[in-house]
Design a protein around this ligand. Sequence first.
Ligand code: NAP
Length: 283
Amino acid sequence: MTAQLIDGNALSKQLRSEVARRVQTLKQRGLTPGLAVILVGEDAASQVYVRNKVKACEEAGLNSVLERYGADLTEAQLLDRVRALNEDPGIHGILVQLPLPSQINSQKVIEAISPAKDVDGFHIASAGALMTGMPGFWPCTPHGCMKMLESIDYELRGKHAVVIGRSNIVGKPMALMLLQKDATVTICHSRTKDLKAHTRTADLIIAAVGRPRMLTADMVKPGTVVIDVGMNRDVDGRLCGDVDFAGVSQVASYITPVPGGVGPMTITMLLVNTLESAERSAV
Ligand code: NAP
C-alpha cells in the first residue's frame, strides 16, 4: 500500500475527547447537553445505529434520551412528540432515526423538528443554510468527511473534487461543503456517462454510492485523495466500502478504510452538533 490512511477511529477519539472537555465546561455552568433519539419500529440496523449513538453520547458526558415506539405509532403521535421535544429546554438535539414505518411521512416529521435542534442537518432550513453559507447544522456524514480532509491539512482551493452520489444526506451536501471551500466540484450519479472519465481527472474523490468496491484503481489518478462513505456487505457478508481498498490504496495518496473511516466520524459529528446547539442555547 502506498496511500496513507486517514484513520476515522483515531480522529474520532481526538475530537470526542475535545467534545467531552467542552461538555464539562458547560456542566460547570449548570447545563448538560441533551440529545433525544426517537426510534420507531424494530428495524435491526436502526437499533444498532441508535445504540451506538446513545453510547457515544454517554461516553462524552452528554445526556441522551432514547424514546422507543412500536411500528404502529401514528404520524400525529410522532409529530406531537417532536413538538414537545422542541419545547424541552433540556434537549438540544432531536434525531428521528430513519427509515420510519410507511404510515409516517418522514419529510413531514423532519420539517417538524425545530431547525435550532436539527442536529442531523436534514431540515430544509439546514439545507438552505448550507447552500447559502449561513450558520446552521451540517449533515453529519459529509461534515465528518470535511473533518477528515482538515486532519491532513488538505487544501481544497482550486482542486477538482468528484462526488459520486447525489443523495440529500451525503452527496449533495458534500458537494456544497467542498464548493464552499473553493473546490471545483463534479457530481456523478447513476445516469452519469463514463464515470471513469470524470474520476480520472479528480484530485479528490468522495464515493457515496452503496455499491461494494465499485471504485477501482484504474478509475483513480495517482496521488488522488479518496474518501469512502459506502457501507456495504460483499458477497461473503463482509463489511466493505464503495472503494476497492486493496487496489486503490496502491495509487491514492490518502484513503479512508471501511470499517474505521467515515462511519465513526458520522457519530462524532452528531456529538459536535449537539454540543454546539447546547453552547448556542447558553449564550
Ligand atoms: P443513496 O441515497 O442510495 O444514494 C446513492 C447515490 O449513488 C445515488 O445518488 C445514485 O444515483 C448513485 N449511484 C448509484 N449507482 C451508481 C453508479 N453505478 N454510478 C454512479 N452513481 C451511482 O445512498 P446514500 O444514503 O447517499 O448512501 C451512500 C452510501 O453511503 C451507502 O453505502 C450508505 O450505506 C453509506 N452511508 C454511510 C454512512 C456512514 O456513516 N459511513 C452514512 C450514510 C450513508 P441516482 O441519484 O441517480 O440514483
